[in-house]
Design a protein around this ligand. Structure first.
Ligand SMILES: [Cu+2]
Length: 144
C-alpha cells in the first residue's frame, strides 16, 4: 500500500536539505541577493540630470524621474552595446512625468548611464556609484 503522508514528508525533508545546501554560513563577501529598495533618485529636467554621480548601496536600485517635457531614454554605458550594467537598462524610455527604477545593482563599481536619445549631451550622463563610500576613489569616467 502507498503511504502518501510518508512520501510528502520525504519530499519536504529533501527540500529542506536543498535549501540548506550551498556555502552554508560562510562569510563570502558576495552582493546581497535581496532587494535593498531605491537608494537614490535622479531627476531629469530640460537642463540635465540632478546628479551625475548618485550613490546607492550594494543590492539597491536607482530611480530616474523625467520632469522634462520631452522623453529621455536612460541606458547603461557604453552607447551602442549598453552592456556595462544591464540593470540600468530596465529604466529605458521615460515619457514626460514618468519614473522608473533600475534592476538591483549587485556589483561594486561605477555604472555609467546616458540618455540614448541625446547620447552626446554631457548634461544627460553620469555614473551611479554602487556600493562605494565617500572614502573610496571615484571610478574613472565610463566609456560613454
Ligand atoms: Cu545608447
Amino acid at each position: 500500500m502507498f503511504h502518501w503522508t510518508g512520501l510528502a514528508t520525504a519530499a519536504a525533508a529533501a527540500l529542506a536539505l536543498a535549501a540548506c545546501g550551498g556555502d552554508g554560513n560562510s562569510s563570502t563577501p558576495t552582493a546581497p541577493s535581496t532587494d535593498g529598495g531605491v537608494g537614490a533618485t535622479v531627476v531629469i529636467t530640460a537642463s540635465g540630470v540632478s546628479g551625475s554621480t548618485p550613490r546607492v548601496g550594494l543590492g539597491q536600485r536607482i530611480r530616474f524621474t523625467n520632469n522634462d517635457s520631452r522623453p529621455h531614454q536612460l541606458l547603461s554605458t557604453p552607447h551602442g552595446s549598453h552592456t556595462d550594467c544591464p540593470a540600468l537598462n530596465e529604466i529605458d524610455l521615460l515619457s514626460p512625468g514618468q519614473s522608473r527604477d533600475s534592476g538591483v545593482l549587485n556589483v561594486r563599481r561605477g555604472c555609467g548611464f546616458h540618455d540614448h536619445l541625446n547620447p552626446d549631451d554631457q548634461r544627460f550622463r553620469g555614473q551611479v556609484l554602487v556600493g562605494l563610500s565617500e572614502n573610496d576613489p571615484v571610478p574613472p569616467d565610463p566609456d560613454y
